[in-house]
Design a protein around this ligand. Structure first.
Ligand code: AMP
Ligand code: MG
Length: 433
C-alpha cells in the first residue's frame, strides 16, 4: 500500500504534480489526496497480551499454524453413524455401541448398522461421517435408535477439519484494527500475544485569548474551550494517546513554544483556531518557520481554513493539522481530513465509511462549488425506507447540532439544492463494533 507510493519529501512536489492546485480554492478531495500522499506510516511496534490488543493495529500478518477445528466433529447432539447406512425407503434401526463426548473421543471402530451417541463438538468417531440430531430420531431405547428414510444425506451435521481456519492460510492481515471477533479468532489459534503498532501520540491545543478552561471563571466576552473535549473524544475513539496541551494564547512566542513542545512529544499535532483568514499572520509565519506547512482555503462548509504539513524541533518531527476554531468545523475537519491521515500514520487500514442513500424529508439549500456537511437524523420507516432530516440551524458554532445528529449528510461539491423527497448521501456516526 504505502510502500508502492512515491515518497514526497516536500509538500511542494505534491502541489506541483497536481493539476489546477490553488491553495485558495482546494476541493475536499484534493486536500484528502494531498494529505494521503504526504503522510508516511510510522512503524513502531510492541507485543501485547491478547486482551490489551483490542482496538490496536495489527503489525504483522497472522498465519494459521493449525486447522480450526482440528478434527471433524459433530455440529449437533445426536447419533453418529456411517452415511452408507442411511435408509432410502424404509426407516432403519441402528445399534448404539458407544458414546463420544466433547473433549472425550470415542476410541473404537463403528461397524455397519451401528451408531455412537454424540454431543456437539465431539470428534467424529472413526468410520462415521453423518450425525442425526436427537430430535430427528424416530424411536429410541437404551440400546437402539430408529432413523427415518429420506430425511438426511451423508455428511450432514458434521463440521469439517479446518473449515473455520485452514492451516497455512493468512487469517488476519497486518493493518487491521483488532475487533472483538479478531481477538476470538486469535484465541482459537492458541495465540496469546499480538504484535501491534504502538499507540499514536497526538498532542492537541486550542488557541485564542477568549478561551477559558473548565474550572476557570468565564470572564466577559469569553467562552469555555470545547474543542479540546471533542478532540479528546475523537482521538480516544480512534485509539490514539491524546496529549492535552491546554489553551495557548494568541501570541507568537506562546504558539511557537507550544508547537515545539508538541513536536518533541507527539507523532502528530492538532491545533484549533487561529488559521482563518482574519487570524493574525504570525500563525502562518511560525508554522512555516518550523517546517513545511500549507495553508488552504478548502471549498467546504463548515470548515474552510486548514493548515497541514510537518514541522520539526530538536530533530523530532510531527505532522500538523491546523483546524479552524469553530466547534462544528473542528469536528468535521477532523473526521474528513485528520481521521484517515491518523489511521494512515498508524499503518492501519481506515475502517471504511460507507455513504448510505436516504430520502430527505425537507429541502436542503445548497449551491455548487463546495462540499457541505450537514448534521442529520436518520430514521427507518415501517416500510424500511431510510429518511433523514436536518438538525435545525447549521451554523458552524452550533455544537448542539453534532450532539443531536446521528449522521452527516454529505452534499457533494457539484451538487445543487436538494428537494424534499429526493435522495441524499449520509454517513452514519457510529459503527457497530
Ligand atoms: P478562530 O478560528 O480562532 O477565528 O475562531 C473561530 C470561532 O471559534 C471563534 O468564535 C472562537 O471563539 C471559536 N473557538 C475557537 N476555538 C474554540 C474552542 N477551543 N472552543 C470553543 N470555541 C472556540
Ligand atoms: Mg481565535
Amino acid at each position: 500500500m504505502s510502500s508502492t507510493k512515491p515518497i514526497h519529501s516536500r509538500l511542494q512536489d505534491i502541489f506541483t504534480a497536481m493539476p489546477g492546485y490553488d491553495p485558495h480554492a482546494v476541493s475536499v478531495e484534493q486536500a484528502q489526496d494531498i494529505i494521503g500522499q504526504f503522510i508516511q506510516p510510522l512503524h513502531i511496534t510492541e507485543q501485547l497480551p491478547l486482551r490489551q490488543s483490542l482496538g490496536r493495529v495489527l503489525a504483522e500478518d497472522i498465519v494459521s499454524a493449525m486447522n480450526v477445528p482440528a478434527h471433524d466433529n459433530s455440529a449437533m447432539d445426536g447419533f453418529a453413524f456411517r452415511g452408507d447406512d442411511l435408509p432410502a425407503i424404509q426407516d432403519k434401526q441402528l445399534r448404539i455401541v458407544g458414546t463420544a463426548l466433547a473433549g472425550r473421543a470415542y476410541p473404537g471402530q463403528t461397524a455397519r448398522d451401528e451408531c455412537i451417541r454424540i454431543t456437539t463438538g465431539a470428534v467424529m468417531p472413526a468410520d462415521c461421517d453423518t450425525v442425526i440430531p436427537q430430535e430427528l430420531v424416530v424411536a429410541s431405547s437404551d440400546t437402539h435408535i430408529t432413523i427415518p428414510a429420506g430425511k438426511l444425506r451423508a455428511g450432514d451435521n458434521r463440521r469439517l477439519t479446518g473449515e473455520d481456519l485452514a492451516a497455512g492460510k493468512t487469517v488476519i492481515r497486518k493493518g487491521k484494527i483488532l475487533q472483538p471477533a479478531d481477538l476470538g479468532l486469535l484465541a482459537s489459534l492458541g495465540i496469546a500475544e499480538a504484535s501491534v503498532q504502538r499507540r499514536l501520540r497526538v498532542a492537541f491545543f486550542s488557541t485564542g485569548d477568549e478561551l477559558r478552561s473548565l474550572g476557570e471563571p468565564l470572564d466577559e466576552g469569553c467562552v469555555y474551550d470545547s474543542n479540546r473535549y471533542t478532540l479528546y473524544g475523537m482521538l480516544t475513539r480512534l485509539g490514539c494517546e491524546a496529549i492535552d496541551m491546554g489553551v495557548v494564547k494568541d501570541n507568537p512566542d506562546a504558539l511557537e513554544a507550544a508547537l515545539c513542545q508538541a513536536c518533541e512529544n507527539a507523532d502528530a499535532i492538532i491545533t484549533s483556531g487561529g488559521v482563518s483568514v482574519g487570524a493574525a499572520d504570525y500563525t502562518k509565519e511560525i508554522m512555516s518557520k518550523l517546517g513545511q506547512v500549507a495553508f488552504w482555503s478548502v471549498a467546504m462548509r463548515p470548515g474552510r481554513p486548514l493548515a497541514f504539513g510537518q514541522i520539526a524541533s530538536n530533530n523530532k518531527s510531527a505532522f500538523l493539522f491546523g483546524l479552524p476554531g469553530n466547534p462544528v468545523a473542528v469536528m468535521v475537519s477532523f473526521y474528513f481530513f485528520a481521521r484517515k491521515a491518523l489511521y494512515q500514520l498508524m499503518g492501519a487500514e481506515a475502517p471504511s465509511l460507507p455513504l448510505i442513500p436516504a430520502t430527505t424529508v425537507e429541502t436542503i439549500r445548497k449551491r455548487p462549488g463546495r462540499t457541505e456537511f450537514q448534521r442529520g437524523i436518520l430514521t427507518n420507516t415501517d416500510n424500511g425506507e431510510l429518511r433523514v432530516s436536518v438538525t435545525g440551524s447549521q451554523g458552524s458554532g452550533i455544537l448542539r447540532s453534532m450532539s443531536e445528529a446521528n449522521c452527516i449528510i454529505v452534499l457533494r461539491h457539484d451538487q445543487n439544492t436538494v428537494l424534499s423527497g429526493e435522495k441524499v448521501q449520509v454517513l452514519l456516526f457510529d459503527g457497530l463494533l
